[in-house]
Design a protein around this ligand. Sequence first.
Ligand code: COA
Length: 342
Amino acid sequence: MTAAVVTGAGSALPATIDQDAVWDGFFAGHYAGLRAARRIFRSSGVRRRHAVANPVDEDLSGWGTGARMQRYVEEALPLGKQAVAGALDAAGLSPGEVGLFAVATCTGYATPGLDIRLAGDLGMPADLQRLLVGHMGCYAAVPGLSAVGDFVTARSRPAVLLCCELTSLHVQPARAELDQVVAHALFSDAAAALVVEPGARRGRRLAAVVARTDASTADHMTWDVTDLGFRMGLSPRVPDVLCRHVGDVVDQLLTGAGLRVEDVAGWAVHPGGPRILDVVRDELGLGEDRMAASRRVLAEHGNCSSVTVLLVLEELADVDGPVVVMAFGPGLTLYAALLLPA
Ligand code: COA
């Protein structure tokens, strides 16, 4: 079977905002009277993050969804282009050689979409296959990588995966709802891309993917399209549910490859929030040092939804040996991938 090997990565980050400055300059007023809000911002594990729309400069909370989608296209195109160009460059591949271009996003939609516009802009071939993965949420990079990997294996042609999320376009009106506070304290904007090539001798081979959905908890995380942007519903029980399943998922992922938890050299765990990393660490019996890359990404970039785990993977670029990529989201769903040295 032809191996699908990740040979290049690239990312693009919009303007950096400081967590304290964005609290003082906007959310302290937005959530005035909601005492828990300040504490949640402080305990978010986020020091800096990125926003195409800094709420201190412009308040989008009253914007209609149409205006937000228009802004999404304007902002996502240059970021997506930079991330994909960077990944192709790192792989030493030209846009004309790409066989499949997959785009995952849950924060903006348009037709023609990012996939069509970026493919044209970057000079990808006219017979390019495309795939647009919409609304899966924070774990979309992993099913995206799985689909791209299957294409590479089946067709022996290179593929590119782009994740692009602009959560700052979905600031919600001021209401005393703690799940909104949690979302607004954690989420951030970014784009990141991977190039996957058939049979390459350098890079990381996609060895396995495991998915687990607990449909009994489908109401724990929602992402509703409203007239005022997209609104997140988030239960405080999310970390506990992930805790119940993470051991089995990792076991299934590693057992198939004859590996144990101790054999894993790098953990790229989606930092949905600090408590998510705490429960994953404790449930798998890992040392805090194994969470360092995820904590760093949360602190310096925030939770960039589907992009986040790719930023963690970039942090682990120099790690030699098996790497586990793991992300979580609506379903509730856990998605994990095993990458082995090519
Ligand atoms: N919705 C509503 N309230 C929530 C909440 C949520 N999703 N998460 C936490 N809270 C509430 C807690 O119930 C608690 O309220 P209380 O003081 O009345 O008991 C308060 O916020 C503080 O939460 P707690 O977890 O005790 O401590 P904290 O302030 O150190 O951490 C978070 C707050 C949000 C940073 C942390 O709970 C976290 O990381 N949560 C995971 C976020 C998540 O699910 N992300 C998934 C996205 S993929």
